[in-house]
Design a protein around this ligand. Structure first.
Ligand code: PMP
Length: 425
């Protein structure tokens, strides 16, 4: 396991870095930010029921069943039999690994087909796969922003760590952070920048922690006015929004105004991998220049086959999206009826505010221990201190009974918690 709550075994005097690690971890624990992973084994046929593996090393896993409320496999496509079968068939036919980087024997016809499918989904000329959504952001932004001298990147304050990594890694480029979803601030900053510098605006559609959604059309119009290109992360939207699951840009009819649309195959599509789509030459340039694309082994054919099957199903089968939004609405109605506060969002994400790291961890722990419900605590630095929360993602597989259990458990724990707060005050 990656975790170690006991006395560390290595002598901290051996090297200053060992001492640094120990002291840093002590600080992280004191702040309630120590990350504990809960071993959960998915049950393909009973999603979102998982096995809570109480003994990590046990083989086969032992434990009890829990209902998971925090997964990012929003539509449950990762356990969809046709998707899993596509992976199994591809392993039988092509083996387990890709065999090399994309350039060195690692490009299969499946990779090419998936890239074409994704380009088509977003109405773009070309698509390019990466080993994850994180790498697609980091590698693409870093490559673009180091391509010519003098780039200025306008980055939404709440952009994901992977975008920030790419922007920060672009030596020579200037990063200007604009306030979250604040177009007046973006415009002021665009207007203040040198006219002839190459500019890029990087933002997301659905922000995953607050569940709020950007105005893509207005952002692109501003960018165009000041001669900037646009880079949009639709990681939490692809598969879920738009008539074909092309994301919020598709839903809003503005996909053609975005220069680069980035997405993941791991959330709405339930499998694994990341990608960017855009104009043929821009994508071709990334293919030839992006280190994070070139110097890593290609996604395994099984993963690509599963993702291709999933994307095709999700595009065609709008009922999956409709069902998800119906379930989200039902869950919100149940929370409202029970008087449980939640952050109201225009997306499928339902954050339950807690406001303190220790309380958040404690509620999450008790949900699991006392009720068999799994909801991850979201703490600093993922969200600002004082805004700690549980982040719930109801999906097509959450039944009314599961919802009632969650609502009742939250009612119990939040009331207990409120009483603790009063006692402490
Ligand atoms: N962008 C955003 C906004 C994300 O939330 C994430 C993952 N949580 C990523 C990119 C990275 O995607 P992946 O998990 O496919 O690496």
């Amino acid at each position: 396991s990656q975790e170690n709550d006991r006395v560390p075994s290595i002598d901290a005097d051996r090297h200053p870095f060992y001492r640094f690690c120990r002291e840093s971890l002590d600080g992280i624990r004191e702040q309630g930010r120590y990350r504990r992973f809960t071993p959960l084994a998915r049950q393909a046929d009973r999603y979102p029921v998982y096995d809570h593996v109480t003994t990590p090393a046990a083989e086969p896993p032992v434990g009890r069943e829990v209902v998971v409320w925090s997964a990012n496999d929003y539509l449950g496509m990762g356990v969809e039999p046709a998707v899993a079968e596509a992976a199994i068939a591809a392993i039988r036919e092509h083996g387990a690994g890709a065999g090399g980087t994309r350039n060195i024997a690692g490009t299969s016809p499946l990779h090419a087909a998936l890239e074409a499918e994704l380009a088509d989904l977003h109405g773009k000329e070309a698509g390019l796969l990466f080993v994850s959504g994180y790498v697609s952001n980091q590698a693409s932004l870093q490559t673009i922003l180091t391509s010519m001298p003098g780039w200025i990147c306008f980055s939404d304050r709440q952009n994901h760590a992977s975008m920030i990594a790419g922007i920060k890694g672009a030596r020579g480029a200037t990063c200007v952070i604009y306030e979250h979803n604040d177009l007046a601030d973006l415009e002021a900053k665009l207007a203040a920048a040198p006219k002839d510098a190459p500019k890029l605006v990087a933002f997301e559609s659905v922000y995953s922690m607050d569940g709020d959604v950007s105005d893509i059309g207005a952002t692109c119009a501003l960018a165009r006015k000041y001669g900037a290109i646009t880079y949009l992360d639709e990681v939490h939207a692809v598969g879920l929004y738009g008539s074909q699951g092309g994301g919020v840009a598709e839903r809003d009819g503005v996909a053609d105004q975005v220069d680069i649309i980035e997405g993941t195959l791991a959330k709405g599509f339930g499998v694994h991998g990341g990608y960017v789509t855009g104009s043929a030459e821009l994508i071709d340039y990334l293919r030839c220049a992006a280190s994070g694309f070139i110097f890593t082994t290609a996604l395994p054919p099984s993963v690509v086959a599963a993702a291709l099957t999933s994307v095709r199903m999700v595009r065609r089968e709008g009922w999956r999206r409709e069902k998800m939004f119906e379930r989200v609405a039902t869950f919100r109605a149940k929370l409202t009826a029970a008087g449980i506060p939640f952050m109201s969002t225009p997306s499928h994400i339902v954050p339950i505010p807690v406001g303190d790291a220790d309380r958040c961890n404690e509620i999450s722990r008790r949900l699991l221990a006392d009720f068999g419900l799994y909801a991850t605590p979201i703490n600093y630095p993922t969200v600002p201190r004082g805004t700690e929360r549980l982040r719930l993602t109801p999906g097509p597989h959450h039944t009314d009974e599961m919802m009632d259990e969650m609502v009742s458990a939250l009612g119990t724990l939040l009331r207990i918690n409120a009483r603790h707060e009063e006692a402490a005050a």
